[in-house]
Design a protein around this ligand. Structure first.
Ligand code: PAF
Length: 283
């Protein structure tokens, strides 16, 4: 695996892949602290493309002033070994100053799908995501890109941006969402799970269980508002401090729903032990 830390290195490694008999390139953007969910993305990318480029960049523009930018786990040597073991061709691991050099002044903002849910709780977050992902697309010029469905709203924002800014030709012709990878007790894998104390980690499994119960009630035609109310109460009793949101939305448009429309998805963000966990599932 080749590791690029400057744009110049990246361009030369990508040119090498394109020259070496060509073949397609898949990009898997990450912020590192890799877990099985990321490795599943890499394996899916390898199955779909000839070469995989993975990026590790803890993007400061998607963290709010009081969020965990400084605490976010950084484990480049370990992550790099994992990626090499999965057959990644190029690791793109730039410093913040390489991505946002002195004088950087451009912001990408996607409206509509970024409103509500995490967009409401984390103002500016999706601008930061869209900005860095557009830059990554321009830097790597992959044929396809893959993202985890755990960040369903993020995926919707990126797809909207790609359509709106005509990014899908000649590069990034496909953007794939890859299903959520869960721990044995159902908790969605996340780099932030590492913040949980052993006690909170055990309690956190109440989240996917409560979502499964609520989804079953809603799919059966039960009262969605009541099911979401019960979900919040279940989380409170399980030891969650707060629920930022628990909502039913259309899976594609992300429009709020009052009942199942046949394409409904449940979205929850809740805090336990100071850690904010998000999850989503089909109804
Ligand atoms: O999902 C993530 O890890 C990040 O939001 C992404 C897509 C790598 C952009 O920084």
């Amino acid at each position: 695996m080749q590791t690029a830390t400057t744009l110049e290195m990246l361009r030369s490694f990508i040119a090498g892949l394109r020259e070496e008999g060509g073949g397609s390139i898949a990009l898997v953007p990450t912020m590192g602290a890799l877990h099985e969910g990321h490795l599943t993305l890499i394996r899916e990318a390898r199955a779909r493309a000839d070469h995989v480029v993975a990026s590790i960049f803890v993007n400061p523009r998607q963290f709010g002033a009081n969020e965990d930018l400084d605490a976010y786990p950084r484990q480049l040597a370990r992550d790099s070994d994992l990626l090499a073991g999965e057959g990644v061709a190029v690791l793109w691991a730039p410093a913040p100053s390489e991505v946002y050099p002195e004088g950087y002044a451009t912001n990408v903002s996607v409206s509509g799908v970024s409103a509500g849910l995490c967009g409401a709780d984390r103002p500016g977050h999706f601008d930061g995501v869209a900005t860095v992902v557009l830059k990554l697309f321009n830097q790597v010029r992959p044929d396809m890109a893959l993202f985890g469905e755990k960040d369903w709203q993020q995926l919707a924002v990126i797809r909207r941006m790609a359509r709106d800014l005509d990014l899908t030709f000649p590069h990034v012709a496909a953007i794939y969402g890859v299903g959520i990878v869960r721990e044995a007790d159902g908790l969605a894998m996340s780099s932030r799970n590492a913040y949980l104390s052993p006690d909170d980690r055990q309690r956190a499994a109440a989240l996917p269980r409560a979502m499964e119960d609520a989804a079953a009630v809603i799919a059966d035609g039960g009262d969605a508002a009541r099911a979401l109310g019960n979900l919040k109460e279940t989380l409170r009793v399980a030891g969650f401090e707060s629920v930022d949101y628990a909502e039913l939305r259309d899976a594609d448009s992300l429009a709020p729903l009052e009942s199942d429309n046949g394409n409904a998805r449940l979205f929850v963000a809740a805090r336990i032990g100071g850690t904010r966990l998000i999850d989503n599932r089909a109804v």
